[in-house]
Design a binder for this molecule. Sequence first.
Ligand code: HXC
Length: 517
Amino acid sequence: MNSHPTELTELRDMRAQALTGGGQERIEAQHAKGKLTARERLAALLDEGTFQEIGALATHNVNDFDMADKKYPGDGVVAGFGKIRGRKVAIYAQDFTVLGGSFSEVQSHKICRVMDVAVDSGIPIIALIDSGGARIQEGVRSLAAYGELFTRNVMASGVVPQIAVILGPSAGGAVYSPALMDFVIMVRKISHMFITGPDVIKTVTGEDVTFRDLGGTLVHNAKSGVAHLLADDEQQAFLQVKQLLSYLPPNNAEDPRRVEPYDDPQRMDDQLNYLAPEDSTQPYDMRQAIDRIVDRDSFFEIQPYYARNALVGFCRLDGYVTGIVANQPNYLAGVLDIDSSDKIARFVRICDAYNIPLVTLVDCPGYLPGVTQEHYGIIRHGAKVIYAYCEATVPKISIVTRKAIGGAYIAMSSKQMRSDLAFAWPTAQIAVMGPDGAVNILYRRQLAEAADPAALRAEITAQYQSTFMSPYAAADMGQIDEVIEPRETRTRLIAALDVLRGKVSSNPPKKHGLMPV
Ligand code: HXC
């Protein structure tokens, strides 16, 4: 065999140089900020020895502004393919040590390449973001490069899962690719997302704001709703990526992987019979209901800090992945407002896209009344919940645990909106509105003229309650399929989902619907 020592040496040297990114000094600066480098991140997230890199030797255009004397092999992003707990993924990690991870034409080519392969091969895309946004030296070329990336994000949307982990700044154009992906994970202290930074904001609006208060982890997890998970450190963020992937299929043509069942499908939980307090004005924790119903410790909550009046997340039932949507009576009485509507609608669509059946636990007094809610568009945002449930063709089961009042009954996966099965606990209350409001509207004149208005009010309220404050009127009309004991919820759900597993349903042919946004 002939060998070519010169060529091999050259290749080895170039590869070795690519490993150093922006150089030792900048690597140390990255560590000093409490951050791993791009390659350390890939090593921490991927199964050992599985990374196949592409584009390691690609470099930027030396004719760009002030770039003639610079050369960074890989150009600030490490891209390729690998495995996470045995699942194939396409992945890239931006290298902040190279020009602040700024996004260049070459970065775009590399990232788009792995994304194209991911879509063609039906494997998830993972983005590890650490970037100062569009590479300033490239001018319009770096802007055009973002256009290429965004197009890939949108084309991949709903085809393969896309997960972004923000591991440093995600500034300017760097925010929109994560925003177009399915899940955004942020890490305490090191992650910031903003379109324009504090300096520009100070110049334009005069506001003084820190990076943290502008686009820190809590802002985007609890307030803006941009992020879906919060991690204490990078290792926890990688664990969250692994957990998320375990609930998702590799692509929209496959079902999520079932795990070997480890919890008794026949398990009854007597505590559930006592969970909803007799006094229907008293709150309780719906999270407890979920934990008692699903396979032990399998509930993986998404957006736990945002719109806490709604709970969404993945779980397993007899080993099968299932999406859970629930109102949370413990927070704002579980009301549907602008933010919880957005949260629910988005999650329902994610489950529908990835063939994940939906279970909806309903305890909701309705859409939130108020001038602010109306003026900021509760009509438009609330419509998203209706749209998402109507559109979803995956198996859908609802359980009314207590209140399903007015719009909440209809919007939260009602049978009339293509839900497959509707259950109710005996504590369910299904009415157009609560007794006080209803009596005031229907009997305003009689109450005004009554000799004893209080006695008349009490009498009519009692009649109204006996008609509507139980599930039996709805069950009588067939709008609830079965009133069940809370303790048997798990077994009924597992059996019902088993029946629905072969469900075939589709929507009329169209280019796309016009979901209210
Ligand atoms: C080129 C950049 C850069 C950029 C940072 N750098 N951002 N180089 N293009 N966009 C370089 C710095 O010059 C520096 O180079 C190195 O990265 C590290 O940056 P520092 O500022 O020293 O780091 P730090 O103090 O940690 O601050 C990080 C930062 C800050 C917050 C990201 O650099 C920053 O504010 N950058 C600009 C962010 C921004 O406004 N981006 C928007 C771009 S316009 P050296 O050589 O010293 O290591 C855009 C529009 C696209 O993205 C719209 C599409 C829809």
